[in-house]
Design a protein around this ligand. Structure first.
Ligand code: KDG
Ligand code: MG
Length: 412
């Protein structure tokens, strides 16, 4: 089972995806997701120019060894580009191992620890009535846990609100929030933390009054607060019993969370922009968070995220893997297999892809009654139609950024 070829496939059905396809000498192939939203071609170059030549002729069954070789032999470690590239190789090799064994990957990871994976969807709206409609709509789609993002009075456009502009830019496909704008340059959005801190608790109060105490509700702060502001928000949201408050501060300062923790019992989730276990070293050891947000795609693949989750399990910290539309169906499937197998699964973010994406990637995972399941196909259970993929060429897309009223660039 030596690796005979490795191809990088870039496709853009509504949004950009980067997929690695590894084929072995016995004709088995595996897929890995390497999509890094807004910086996709950096990973393509890293894979094509630096990683693919190292793969040819290697034994495809040696997953751990290949991971260690790619991580250590580069000398330059970590970083989103490197770790997305390593992740894609890792996923593809797990896919191959599953196909060779005739088993879904979750069986190779230890078998099912549960019957399905609780998923949360994204409800949003500029004003309260739209927020309510969006929550109802998600209920009807079967979601049993819902993230709520709201507009803020005085701010034109902010993270997390599905807008008509995004809808049009994505050729009329309703993504519940796809922030990357296709073509052109990054959108500038505006931000005011004090207005946000005043407004958000009023929305959660209204949502609880309308939908009752049972529904698990989540909220994403998207790295925009200082530690003391995050502490204030966590405290003011306590009466509304959030499932979690996500990315309340810029995640690279792990110690900031000590201060947040001292002041609030609102559960915290962090890590969608982390890419290695080292980013979690302090926050897991000091139990500063409750949920690990990394995606298989951005944190070195199944092999590495499994290690992060084993470390987290010592402290009763659970998973809440990142699953927006910029994780391809291959990346999503990989984390569903991992989520099935680990004991400390918490919840899975799930935004549905558009129809075109579903035609490019044939999926066998299912979403029923609020629960995801990776399916029973050998490997990861996702296939890629290369011809269909070829009909959607890459379109440059950028994530937006924020400025404050005085023009200062702010975290988005
Ligand atoms: O590419 C950026 C998105 O993945 C991110 O903005 C989505 O924060 C996000 C989430 O929680 O899904
Ligand atoms: Mg987030």
């Amino acid at each position: 089972m030596n690796i005979e070829s490795a191809d990088v496939i870039v496709t853009s059905p509504n949004r950009n995806f980067v997929t690695l396809k590894i084929t072995t000498s016995d004709g088995v192939y595996g897929l890995g997701d390497a999509t890094l939203n807004g910086r996709e071609l950096a990973v393509v170059a890293y894979l094509r120019d630096h990683v693919v030549p190292l793969l040819i002729g290697r034994d495809a069954s040696r997953i751990e060894d290949t991971w260690q070789f790619l991580y250590r032999s580069a000398y330059w470690r970590r970083g989103p580009v490197t770790m997305a590239a390593v992740a894609a190789v890792d996923m593809a090799l797990w896919d191959i191992k599953g196909k060779a064994a005739g088993m879904p990957v979750y069986q190779l990871l230890g078998g099912a620890s549960r019957t399905g994976l609780l998923a949360y969807g994204h409800a949003s709206g500029k004003e309260l009535p739209e927020v309510f409609d969006s929550i109802r709509d998600h209920h009807e789609q079967g979601y049993r846990a819902i993230r709520v993002q709201t507009g803020v009075p005085g701010l034109k456009s902010i993270y997390g609100i599905a807008s008509n502009a995004t809808f049009e830019a994505n050729s009329g496909v309703r993504y519940d929030h796809e922030p990357a704008q296709r073509g052109g340059l990054p959108n500038e959005e505006d931000w005011d933390t004090r207005s946000y801190l005043r407004h958000v608790p009023t929305v959660f109060e209204a949502v609880r009054n309308e939908f009752g105490p049972e529904l698990p509700l989540l909220h994403d702060g998207h790295h925009r607060m200082t530690p003391i502001q995050a502490a204030q928000l966590g405290k003011s949201l306590e009466p509304y019993d959030l499932f979690w408050l996500e990315d309340c501060t810029p995640a690279e300062n792990q110690e900031a969370l000590r201060l947040v923790r001292q002041h609030t019992t609102t559960p915290l989730a962090i890590g969608e922009i982390f890419n290695s276990i080292w980013d979690y070293q302090l926050i897991i050891r000091e139990q500063l968070v409750d949920y690990v947000r990394s995606a298989v795609t951005h944190a070195g693949g199944i092999t590495h995220l499994k290690k992060i989750m084993e470390y987290a399990s010592i402290y009763q910290i659970k998973s809440g893997f990142h699953g927006p539309t910029d994780i391809s169906p291959v990346g999503l499937a990989a984390q569903l297999h991992l989520g099935m197998a680990i004991h400390n699964f918490g919840i899975q973010e799930y935004m549905k892809h558009g129809e075109k994406t579903d035609r490019v990637f044939q999926q066998s995972f299912t979403f029923e009654d609020g629960y995801l399941h990776p399916g029973e196909k050998p490997g990861l259970g996702v296939d890629l139609d290369v011809d269909e993929a070829g009909t959607y060429p890459y379109v440059r897309a950028y994530l937006p950024y924020n400025r404050l009223a005085d023009g200062t660039v702010h975290d988005w």
